[in-house]
Design a protein around this ligand. Structure first.
Ligand code: ATP
Ligand code: MG
Length: 245
């Protein structure tokens, strides 16, 4: 089939053809179908070094509980709060996220943070998403209980509050203290939804330590991710000497 025929055969509604997606292939056109309807896009930010079942399950449960139209995983390019530790190259963390979300039509992965030069700040990401999507798409930023308290202290936190709603999911070992709840309540500009999710005491740090020690990580992340870790020899002691995690 010629390229011309290929174009003609495409359904009329197919979005932005072969152009590189601005955010991610699956959700770039969210909001356009029905301008009168409000759409909800979940955003799962993190280092994902590597992505694990805790990330996947809390994104899925947030989607289900909050009626999100989709969740986009956005691995940080240069995570500012992890500068003192060795982090796997962004392209590999991105690829592991891609492998992990494959098969869930409500999930996708975006490279916008990885593609952006310099340190990664959530506010820049939210600005970029807000500029891309029409006003009938709400942004719901999902974060674990360990991170939610610090968001009010992040760079341009007032902007973050303005751009997105927050979803604070429970995480074993990280109870949301009364102090954190108070700090969030004080900031009336933040709209926070506290969401109880199935408790999974799994962390990327633990997965990395397990691999380094030659222990199994089976069932702690997707099999495809485990195969990627093995074939690229990630997190092995010889690869990450000196890492504290
Ligand atoms: P690390 O141990 O390297 O910090 P991590 O497991 O905390 O890794 P991150 O990439 O730092 O993973 O986390 C991304 C987001 O996912 C954060 O908002 C974090 O709070 C949340 N998160 C991670 N693991 C869980 C879990 N088991 N349950 C709930 N939320 C989680
Ligand atoms: Mg973490």
């Amino acid at each position: 089939m010629s390229a011309r025929e290929g174009q003609d055969a495409r359904p009329a509604k197919e979005p932005r053809a072969a152009a590189r997606p601005a955010v991610c292939a699956r959700f770039d056109d969210l909001g356009l179908d029905d301008p009168a309807r409000t759409y909800r896009l979940g955003i799962m930010g993190g280092t994902f070094d590597p992505v694990h079942i805790g990330h996947l399950a809390c994104a899925e449960q947030a989607r289900d509980e909050l009626g999100l139209d989709g969740v986009v995983f956005i691995p940080a390019g240069v995570p500012v709060y992890k500068k003192d530790q060795r982090v796997t190259p962004a392209a590999q963390r991105l690829e592991m996220c891609r492998l992990a979300v494959a098969g869930n039509p409500a999930f996708d992965v975006s490279s916008i943070e990885v593609d952006r030069a310099g340190d990664t700040y959530t506010v820049d990401t939210l600005r970029q998403l807000r500029a891309h999507y029409p006003g009938n798409v709400e942004l719901w930023f999902i974060t674990g209980a360990d991170a939610v308290g610090s968001i009010v202290k992040w760079r341009d936190s007032a902007q973050i509050a303005h751009l997105a709603k927050l979803v604070a999911v429970t995480r074993p070992g990280w109870p949301i203290s009364e102090e954190t709840r108070h700090a969030l309540r004080e900031r009336s500009d933040f709209q926070v939804t506290f969401l109880e999710v199935t408790g999974m005491a799994v962390s990327s740090s633990d997965l990395r330590a397990r691999v380094a020690a030659g222990r199994t990580i089976r069932y702690l992340t997707k099999g495809s991710v485990i195969r990627y870790i093995e074939s690229h020899r990630l997190y092995r002691n010889d690869e990450r000497e000196g890492e504290g995690a």
